[in-house]
Design a protein around this ligand. Structure first.
Ligand SMILES: Nc1ncnc2c1ncn2[C@@H]1O[C@H](COP(=O)(O)OP(=O)(O)OP(=O)(O)O)[C@@H](O)[C@H]1O
Ligand SMILES: [Mg+2]
Length: 368
């Protein structure tokens, strides 16, 4: 059904209300054919709702779903060329594993012999050939999850929707399945939308990540952009770790823009927001350097944050410190640990600075 370039998928201004509650708020996603997109966001932000709208199990309050250039809003699920793995597997309890996998094929009028061959192929893919005759209640959660995956893939969908598909799998099997999904997506050109809570999974598997918060799309970009150039305070703190320091924008006599922190000290600020604006400045732990480690500790771009080491942790390949700044705020640092390097002892006075001025992301402070 889908080959080569794959089938593009557009979510055009999808809004879903449940009574007066707004579960999804005008979300637009333009997904290229064959692309793998991860939906990332906290519990209740609307991820499953969006998948159900694409699959046709829910008619959104507003907006359109366009698959391969065709609006599909009037089509029932079985006519949308979509395969879905539900968050809770949703296997048919009264059917064997083999019959579960064959279900979509039968519904689409695929002949018996072909059904049998396809079921065998899919069960081999998820490594459950030996359990074809079992019933769902006789299987573990991870095994049921793989049956659900086999059922979704059996119909060779042009769009594959996966809602936390690996949640019940142990680490090794999870990695194998992630690679398998990537392989299928690449070789068959299957456009794939995967919901995950797991940032690493989203960042490692996806061509682009859509970050959702409270029903709204906060950023839709390649994983490295989401991590390196977060567009909102939410994205900066939800994806990866960030130190958040509050302060006010100012311009130094030399012309450099800075954040004058409530906790004391200055951070460089590359922003077009005006002086006086209250801001939240984000700095990832790996972008904090100890001033004695290199040049540029002080100077016009807003040099130092002074504080005391509270605790240092040698985490194998990384060295993590928690610093209490003189103004009271706490800040985490993370650096590559050289062979033999030990943490700085508690009580050590330190001066910190960002590894580069552009590593500081500045957003309007939501507290004001
Ligand atoms: N049938 C429904 N009736 C009323 N509210 C609903 C219904 N389904 C979902 N909601 C609400 O809509 C919001 C979004 O739900 P959704 O299931 O899409 O979240 P989610 O991002 O998938 O969360 P999770 O990560 O926990 O699975 C939630 O606040 C939820 O309570
Ligand atoms: Mg969900």
């Amino acid at each position: 059904m889908s080959a080569g370039a794959g089938t593009p998928l557009i979510l055009d201004g999808i809004t879903q209300r449940y009574g007066s509650a707004l579960a999804v708020d005008t979300v637009t996603l333009d997904i290229r054919g064959g692309e793998l997109v991860a939906l990332l966001g906290p519990s209740g932000c609307g991820k499953t709702t969006l998948l159900r709208a694409v699959a046709g199990f829910l008619k959104p309050t507003e907006g359109r779903v366009i698959i391969g250039g065709q609006a599909v809003d009037h089509l029932p699920p079985n006519r949308r060329t979509v395969g879905i793995v539900f968050q809770n597997y949703a296997l048919f309890p009264h059917m064997s594993v083999a019959d579960n996998v064959a279900y979509g094929l039968a519904a689409r009028g695929v002949g018996r012999a072909e059904q049998k061959a396809r079921v065998a192929e899919m069960l081999a893919l998820v490594r459950l050939e030996h359990l074809a005759g079992r019933f769902p209640r006789e299987m573990s959660g991870g095994q049921q999850q793989r049956v659900a995956l086999a059922r979704a893939l059996a119909v060779r969908p042009s769009i594959l929707l996966l809602d936390e598909p690996f949640a019940a799998l142990d680490k090794n099997l999870r990695l194998d399945m992630q690679i398998e999904i990537k392989r299928i997506q690449r070789s068959a050109g299957t456009t794939t939308l995967i919901v995950t809570h797991d940032q690493e999974e989203a960042l490692s598997m996806a061509d682009r990540v859509a970050v959702l918060n409270a029903g709204r799309l906060e950023q839709f970009a390649p994983p490295t952009d989401v991590y390196d150039r977060p567009e909102t305070l939410f994205v900066n703190t939800f994806v990866g770790t960030a130190n958040v320091l509050h302060g006010r924008l100012a311009t130094e006599p030399g012309g450099a823009r800075v954040v004058a922190l409530e906790a004391g000290g200055l951070l460089p600020a590359a922003t077009t927001l005006p002086d006086g604006t209250r801001v939240a400045a984000c700095l990832r732990p790996e972008h904090v350097a100890f001033a004695e480690d290199g040049p540029g500790a002080e100077g016009g771009t807003g040099g130092g944050l002074d504080g005391v080491v509270e605790i240092g942790l040698p985490l194998g390949a990384t060295l993590v410190h928690e610093i209490r700044l003189d103004g009271g705020a706490r800040l985490k640092t993370a650096e590559a640990r050289a062979a033999g390097a030990r943490p700085r002892p508690p009580g050590t006075r330190v001066r910190l600075r960002p590894t580069a001025p552009e590593r500081v992301s500045v957003f309007p402070d939501p507290r004001h």
